[in-house]
Write a protein that binds this ligand. Structure first.
Ligand code: SF4
Length: 250
C-alpha cells in the first residue's frame, strides 16, 4: 500500500488537495482509503444521547453504528498509527494530517514562512494557498490542486513509494525515517529495506507475529504462491493474505 500525508495548519488547503487526489486516484482505477486526523479536544463521532454513545459508555469496544447507508466502527480511544493501518488494505492511503509515521508528505501552507517551518526531509511537494502565488520553493514544486490536478497526481505517482514496515530495526544502516528520506532523494529504493526482503512472508497466530527465518519464509511463500496462482482469476504480483480460523470460533 502506498501512503502519503498532507500536513498544514488550518485553512491552508489540505482538504482540497486530499479530495483532488482521492478523485484522481479513483479515476485511475485504484482502491483508495483515507484518514482524516482530528485534533479537537472532546470530539466524538457520535453524540451524547445516541444509542451508540450509550453502548460505548456502558463499556463496549468497539461499537458499530450500523446504518442503512453507512457503517462506523467506534473505538472509545485514539488508536496507535500501526493499529489504525491494520484496517486498510487499499492501493493508496491518503492521510489528511500527520500519521506520525515516516511517509512522504505534501505540505500545504498559506505563506513561505509556514511552508519552510513545516517542511521536513519527507516533504516532496508544497501545495494549498501558497500555490496561488508561486510554482517552486526551495527546490520543491508548488502545485495548485484546482488548476493543476493532473500535475499533482503525476508528482504523487512519481514520488510516493510502498510503505516501509516501520520497524525501525536499523538493519539498513539507518532508521525508517532516514530510509524514507533517502528513497525520496532517489539515493535508495524500497528494495534497500532489509526487513522487506526478509519479511515477504509473515504469520500471525491470534494477532501475535510468529518469527520465521528466511529459509522457512521461502518455502511457505513458494508453496502458497504456487497454490494461489493456480486459482482462476487470481492476478499475480499482488499481496496474498490467508486467514485460517479456528473451527471452534465459527
Ligand atoms: S531495514 Fe527497513 S524496517 Fe528496518 S530500519 Fe531500515 S527501512 Fe526501517
Amino acid at each position: 500500500m502506498k501512503i502519503f500525508s498532507i500536513r498544514g495548519y488550518k485553512k491552508s488547503g489540505k482538504t482540497t488537495v486530499a479530495t483532488t487526489l482521492i478523485r484522481k486516484l479513483k479515476e485511475e482505477g485504484f482502491r483508495v482509503g483515507s484518514i482524516k486526523s482530528i485534533h479537537i479536544e472532546g470530539w466524538h463521532i457520535d453524540t451524547e444521547g445516541t444509542n451508540s454513545y450509550a453502548h460505548k459508555e456502558a463499556g463496549a469496544e468497539p461499537v458499530a453504528a450500523w446504518g442503512l447507508e453507512e457503517t462506523a466502527i467506534i473505538f472509545p480511544r485514539r488508536l496507535r498509527p500501526m493499529a489504525l493501518l491494520k484496517y486498510f488494505n487499499n492501493d493508496w492511503l491518503v492521510v489528511e494530517g500527520s500519521l506520525y509515521l515516516p511517509v512522504p508528505e505534501i505540505v500545504c501552507a498559506k505563506s513561505v514562512e509556514e511552508a519552510r517551518e513545516l517542511r521536513t526531509g519527507l516533504t516532496f511537494m508544497f501545495s494549498g494557498v501558497i500555490s496561488n502565488e508561486m510554482d517552486e520553493l526551495d527546490g520543491l514544486p508548488v502545485v495548485n490542486p484546482l488548476s493543476q490536478p493532473d500535475k499533482v497526481l503525476e508528482i504523487v505517482m512519481e514520488k510516493v513509494f510502498p510503505a516501509l514496515p516501520f520497524f525501525d530495526c536499523g538493519d539498513c544502516g539507518t532508521d525508517c525515517t532516514g530510509m524514507a528520506e533517502l528513497i525520496l532523494k532517489g539515493e535508495k529504493t524500497i528494495k534497500d529495506c532489509v526487513m522487506m526482503q526478509k519479511d515477504n512472508v509473515q504469520i500471525f497466530v491470534g494477532g501475535k507475529r510468529v518469527p520465521l527465518n528466511p529459509f522457512v519464509q521461502n518455502i511457505i511463500g513458494s508453496v502458497l504462491k504456487g497454490a494461489v496462482y493456480s486459482l482462476k482469476g487470481v492476478e499475480k504480483g499482488k499481496e496474498i493474505r490467508i486467514k485460517i480460523l479456528d473451527p471452534e470460533l465459527l
